[in-house]
Design a binder for this molecule. Structure first.
Ligand SMILES: [Cu+2]
Length: 183
């Protein structure tokens, strides 16, 4: 998956370079009247070429590091269903019924097991953000109505983790939180 996206990107980069080179070559066929444009066109060519190369390097380094690829090849040993609703999170080991969203009170995960959070929303967009005891953001995804976003993570430290809404979702957004434990 990472490889194919990288290849796709490099392909697009190659195509845009070819198109650009073609346009640049065509722009050389200027008449005497246009000759004054030659130098600015040349500067622009180098400026854009350097820009493309820099953007290309940045994208090919950062895109494969996107969290969407984390643990993509492993099968999660644990699935936690998450439903966000103004202004609370419902967490459950089983699929959550939108008509009767009831979760479990205490979700316990194991240290270093691969957990897949399946995150959705029953009203507006919310953020599903996991913080450790020190208040550091560990992982996050959006909770969107009509979509299930999968977030895979391995918790290397046992302890209590907090879930906070990371997207302003209404008047009581700031009280929207939950928690779980890693043993
Ligand atoms: Cu919110």
């Amino acid at each position: 998956m990472q490889q194919s996206i990288l290849m796709l990107f490099l392909g697009l980069l190659a195509i845009s370079t070819i198109v650009f080179t073609y346009v640049y070559q065509s722009s050389q066929k200027a008449t005497d009247l246009d000759r004054g444009m030659a130098n600015p066109l040349k500067s622009r060519f180098w400026f854009l070429l350097i820009l493309f190369v820099i953007l290309g390097i940045f994208a090919s380094v950062t895109i494969p590091k996107s969290p969407y690829y984390f643990y993509a090849d492993e099968t999660p040993s644990r699935v936690v269903h998450v439903a966000a609703k103004q202004f609370a999170f419902v967490l459950s080991n089983n699929a959550i019924d939108p008509k009767n969203p009831v979760g479990e009170n205490a979700i316990e995960l194991l240290e270093n097991e691969l957990v897949e959070f399946r995150v959705t929303s029953f009203d507006v967009n919310h953020g599903f953000a996991i913080y450790n005891k020190a208040g550091q953001l560990i992982a996050q995804t959006q909770a969107m109505p009509g979509y299930v976003n999968k977030l895979r993570w391995k918790f290397s430290e046992p302890g209590a983790y907090s879930i906070l809404c990371l997207e302003y979702c209404g008047m009581a957004h700031q009280i929207m939180r939950s928690s779980f434990t890693v043993k």
